[in-house]
Design a protein around this ligand. Structure first.
Ligand SMILES: *Cc1c(COP(=O)(O)O)cnc(C)c1O
Length: 495
C-alpha cells in the first residue's frame, strides 16, 4: 500500500514520501504529515534480536513506501556504519532506576546524527526517483546540534550545497567550533545576530519566498530542509523508540506488552513527536514526558492549552532546547484537531500574528498522553551532580533536564512504570556546564582543559569529534543580521 503525505495547512494535494522529503516544507507553509501513522507489521518478540539497522528498516519501510527495499536498505547501511563509535548504534544503559537511551554515538555526538546521517542518502535517492536535475541547496537553522550534524552529513555530497545559520553567542563553544571548522567545498556557515527563533523563522521565510525561488530556479538550484520540519528527519527517529523497547524486552527488563514511559528533552518537538508516532505504530508507550528547560512554553501549553511565545528568550546551559516556537508541535496540533487543516492553519496564523493561540477543550483532551515538565538551571545542575554522586554516570545538560523531569513526575504522580530517558548529547559537548555542575571548583578552567577533567571523572573515551576540533582550522567566519538572511544566501550562491 502506498502511504501518501499531505500538508498540515491544506487538504487539496497529496505527495509521495520521496516528494515530501525533497520539498521539506509544503508550499502553503505547512508541514508534511502521513495520511495515517502506519502500524508495525512485526511483533516486538520478532524484533528483539534484531540489529539497529534491521529495526530501522522494519520501521522506515512502513513510512517511506515509494522507496524500494534495495534503496532503503542501502540508505540505512550507508548511514548506520562505523561513523558511530558503537556497533549497537543506540546503546541502552541502566542508570539507577531508569534506562538511558544513548543517542550520541554518531559523528557529531548529539542525537541529531540519528536522522542526519541518513537524510542525505534519503534525499539523493528521492532526487533520482523524481528526476530532479537541479542542485539541492539545504538550508538549516540550528540551535547548535542540527547544524553540525547536517554539515557532516551533506559535506561533499554531489548535487548538494548546504547553508547553516546559528545564533551568535547562543551555542556552546564546542558546538560553535564544530561548525566553523567544517570541511567540504559545498558547505557554508553563518552566525546571525539574533536567537534560534529568528534563525528558524528566517529560514522558513526563505522557503516561502516565491521571488527567490524563481531566481534559484534560473540558476539551477532548489531548496530543501534539514530541519526536523522535514519528514525525512522524523521517520528515522521513530526507529530508536522501537529498538529501545525491543532491547528492554530482550534484556528481560520488561514483559512483552508492558507499558513504559519515555522522557524526552524537548526543543523543536521533533524527537518527542517521533515517540508519539512510535506509540501509534504499536509500541506500548504510556506517557510521553515532554521535558523543557526554563524556556517552558511547552510545559505551559500542556497545562493550560494556551501556546504563548510572548516571553523572554532565556539562554540556558541546554542551548539546543532554547526555543520558543516549537515547529513540530504543528503536526500534533493538526492531529488533535482531527486532521482539520483549516483549523490548524488558523491557529498557526494566530501564532505568527499574535504569538499565541488557544486550543479547544476537545483538542486538549486528546493530549492526555503527554505530560509537560521543566527543570530550572539549578535543578539541571542538581540532576547532573546527584546522578554522578549516586551512580558515577555523567550526563549532559539536555539529558539532565529530562532526567530531572522524569524523576519529578514519578514522585508527584506515583506512576511507577519503567522510564526511558532519551539521552541526546555527549557530556563532552557541554563540558563546562557538566563539570561545574559536578564541582563548582572547575569554574576557572578553559573548555579544552575541562574535557580532560571530564575524561578523568567519567572514564568515557574522548570522542573523535572532540579530538578533531582541537587541531582543526577555522574555515567559516561569515556573520549577518537576522533580517539579512536572504541577501546572505544570494551572496553565497551567487544569484
Ligand atoms: C535538538 C536537541 C534537543 C531537542 O530536540 P527536538 O527534537 O528539537 O525537540 C535536545 N537535546 C539536544 C542535545 C539536541 O541537540
Amino acid at each position: 500500500m502506498n502511504l501518501l503525505y499531505k500538508s498540515t495547512r491544506s487538504a487539496d494535494r497529496k505527495v509521495t514520501a520521496s516528494e515530501a522529503i525533497l520539498k521539506g516544507l509544503a508550499e502553503d507553509g505547512g508541514l508534511f504529515v502521513p495520511e495515517s501513522v502506519p502500524k508495525l507489521d512485526v511483533s516486538m518478540e520478532d524484533l528483539k534480536n534484531r540489529s539497529y539497522q534491521e529495526t530501522a528498516y522494519a520501521v522506515m519501510k512502513q513510512f517511506l513506501t515509494d522507496f524500494t527495499e534495495e534503496e532503503l536498505k542501502h540508505c540505512i547501511s550507508s548511514a548506520y556504519d562505523d561513523k558511530f563509535d558503537t556497533e549497537v548504534i543506540a546503546p541502552l544503559v541502566k542508570v539507577g532506576d531508569t534506562y538511558h537511551l544513548e543517542l550520541f554515538h554518531g559523528a557529531t555526538i548529539a542525537f541529531k546524527d540519528m536522522a542526519l546521517s541518513i537524510l542525505p542518502h534519503l534525499l539523493t535517492t528521492a532526487a533520482k526517483k523524481n528526476n530532479v536535475t537541479k542542485e539541492i541547496v539545504i538550508l538549516a537553522a540550528t540551535s547548535g546540534d542540527t547544524g553540525k550534524a547536517a554539515l557532516a552529513g551533506f559535506a561533499d555530497v554531489p548535487g548538494t550545497k548546504i547553508i547553516v545559520f546559528y545564533p551568535k553567542g547562543g551555542v556552546s563553544r564546542v558546538q560553535e567550533l564544530q561548525m566553523i571548522t567544517q570541511k567540504g567545498d559545498n558547505t557554508a556557515v553563518v552566525a546571525i545576530h539574533g536567537n534560534f527563533d529568528n534563525a528558524q523563522s528566517g529560514v522558513k521565510a526563505l522557503f516561502e519566498d516565491k521571488e527567490l525561488e524563481k531566481r534559484l530556479d534560473g540558476a539551477g538550484y532548489q531548496f530543501s530542509s534539514a530541519n526536523s520540519i522535514n519528514i525525512g528527519r522524523l521517520v528515522p527517529q521513530v526507529a530508536y523508540y522501537v529498538y529501545a523497547y525491543a532491547k528492554l524486552l530482550e534484556n528481560g527488563e520488561i514483559e512483552d506488552g508492558e507499558e513504559i514511559n519515555v522522557a524526552v528533552p524537548t526543543g523543536n518537538f521533533g524527537n518527542i513527536l517521533a515517540a508519539y508516532y512510535a506509540k501509534q505504530m504499536g509500541v506500548p508507550i504510556a506517557k510521553l514526558i515532554c521535558a523543557s528547560n526554563e524556556n517552558k512554553v511547552l510545559f505551559d501549553f500542556f497545562r493550560t492549552g494556551v501556546y504563548d511565545r510572548n516571553r523572554d528568550f532565556i539562554l540556558t546551559s541546554s542551548p539546543s532546547m532554547d526555543i520558543l516556537i516549537s515547529s513540530n508541535l504543528e503536526r500534533l496540533i493538526y492531529t488533535v484537531a482531527g486532521q482539520d487543516s483549516g483549523k490548524n492553519a488558523e491557529l498557526m496564523r494566530q501564532l505568527k500574528e499574535k504569538g499565541t493561540y488557544e486550543i479547544t477543550p476537545d483538542m486538549k483532551e486528546k493530549l492526555a498522553d503527554f505530560v509537560g515538565g521543566f527543570a530550572t538551571e539549578e535543578e539541571t545542575r542538581e540532576a547532573i551532580h546527584d546522578t554522578y554522586e549516586r551512580t558515577g554516570y555523567v550526563m549532559d545538560t539536555h539529558t539532565a533536564v529530562a532526567s530531572y523531569v522524569c524523576a519529578d513526575y514519578r514522585k508527584r504522580s506515583g506512576d511507577s512504570r519503567k522510564c526511558l530517558v532519551v539521552s541526546t548529547a555527549s557530556p563532552y559537548k557541554f563540558a563546562r556546564s557538566v563539570m561545574t555542575a559536578i564541582d563548582p571548583g572547575y569554574e576557572g578552567m578553559d573548555e579544552l582543559a575541562l574535557i580532560d577533567e571530564l575524561h578523568k571523572v567519567s572514564g568515557m573515551a574522548v570522542p573523535a569529534a572532540i579530538e578533531e576540533i582541537r587541531k582543526a582550522d577555522i574555515r567559516h567566519t561569515r556573520e549577518c543580521d537576522a533580517d539579512r538572511m536572504e541577501e546572505t544566501v544570494r551572496e553565497i550562491l551567487g544569484v
